[in-house]
Design a binder for this molecule. Structure first.
Ligand SMILES: Cc1ncc(COP(=O)(O)O)c(C=O)c1O
Length: 390
């Protein structure tokens, strides 16, 4: 039998069921994307604060001196941070983040995926228990699979169930890790962080929270839900990425000095990979310094998110959550693709989300708003959805 036949038939099956994923080449022009010659408002980007497309930010950065003291361009770390790759830009960013978030230590790693893939397997052993929300990100799930700890999932945001699991199981394990996100990427809904902190304290568990979708967007200075709920420093393991609101790349982990030192010695996706390009770490730091002051942008984003959700709900569309991620849950793949096509044809770029990213029967459009979008554009979008019909 031909070696690749299994893969070919799977691709045909995916294509026939409308589930084949393909990469589109798109050009970016401020809040728009251009694809196949068509200019569309970008409703599928995670650049929530519109930072990546704001010339007022990237232009001054390009004028700063990113060269090293010796006059060389730090385009790559050229080795792991544990070898010769630990450029001073990392330490500077880590110390700013640790101070802002009120933590003892910060570790900057290559991606959010790497962070989630590596932290749990390094910390949790066969004597330990992981209790995770049913909807946590794929990177966390892959991390659980690499760990020898026992895993129990609780229904999405059901903290009563979480408590019952801990009441029953806590005594059987040495360490327990409760894992959640602060805003969930496909539903746009938030977890009750205050309650999670109460629960982890009561049961002497570690609380691990991924703030990928709230960092930059939530809280007075954009530090995320942890800031919004007055919990700075109170979550044991806090992860967030730079690839979304920061329009950069990489991720942070905020924790105690002991956990940082332990991970530097044991976390495989940290140890065995080239460090982030130092110039990119400098860009992250530059953006961070501006992000804390973007209060008006955060308020505008909250306002247009509410406007869109209310408009869609009035038309009878099913939405979820309460954040800048506004899903239109159509519960049918073909309808979802049809609405995506219709919006794209009319100048709004939004992609369908299908299985396995979301469970079968909950197919949706995931509208990801950003602060560069105007109220007018939201009204136009609502009008188009009305024309398409429920
Ligand atoms: C909740 C969550 N965590 C982590 C990641 C991965 O982050 P990164 O893109 O930095 O690898 C994502 C990205 O989609 C995410 O949604």
């Amino acid at each position: 039998m031909e070696k690749e036949s299994r893969y070919k038939s799977k691709l045909i099956e995916l294509s026939q069921s409308g589930n084949l994923r393909e990469m589109k080449t798109v050009l970016h022009d401020r809040e728009y994307v251009i694809h196949n010659g068509r200019k569309m408002l970008n409703l599928s980007s995670n650049d929530y604060m519109g930072v990546g497309t704001t010339a007022a930010l990237w232009k001054p950065f390009l004028e700063t001196n990113v060269l090293d003291a010796a006059g060389t361009f730090p385009g790559s770390a050229c080795s792991s941070r544990l070898q010769t790759g630990n450029h001073e830009a990392y330490g500077e960013l880590e110390s700013t983040l640790a101070k802002l978030f009120h933590y003892e230590a910060c570790l900057v790693v290559c991606t959010g995926f790497n962070a989630n893939l590596g932290i749990i397997p390094a910390l949790a052993t066969a004597n330990d228990l992981i209790v995770a929300d049913k909807l946590v990100h794929a990177s966390l799930i892959d991390g659980f699979k690499l760990s020898s700890a026992k895993l129990i999932r609780f229904p999405h945001n059901d903290l009563d169930r979480l408590e019952r699991i801990l009441e029953k199981e806590r005594g059987n394990y040495e360490n327990v890790f409760v894992v959640a996100e602060s805003i969930y990427s496909m539903d746009g809904d938030a977890s009750d962080l205050k309650k999670l902190v109460e629960i982890k304290e009561k049961h002497n568990a570690f609380l691990y929270v991924d703030e990928a979708h709230s960092f930059g967007v939530k809280g007075e200075t954009g530090l995320g839900c942890i800031e919004e709920f007055g919990l700075l420093g109170k979550i044991d393991i806090l992860v967030g990425t730079f690839g979304k609101s920061m329009a950069s790349q990489g991720a942070y982990l905020l924790c105690s000095q002991t956990i940082k030192d332990y991970l530097v010695n044991t976390m495989r996706p940290f140890i065995y990979t080239t460090g982030l390009p130092p110039w990119s770490v400098k860009w992250t730091h530059f953006v961070l310094n501006h992000l804390v002051d973007m209060k008006a942008e955060r308020a505008h984003l909250a306002n247009i998110s509410q406007l869109l959700r209310e408009g869609l709900n009035e038309l009878g569309f099913e939405t979820a959550g309460e954040s800048h991620i506004v899903p239109i849950i159509l519960r049918d793949l073909h309808k979802t693709i049809a609405l995506s096509d219709y919006l794209c044809e009319n100048g709004f770029f939004v992609l369908p989300i299908r299985h396995p990213t979301v469970p079968k029967g909950t197919e949706r459009l995931r509208i990801s708003l950003n602060a560069a979008i105007s109220e007018d554009q939201i009204h136009q979008l609502i009008a188009l959805c009305k024309q398409f019909g429920k």
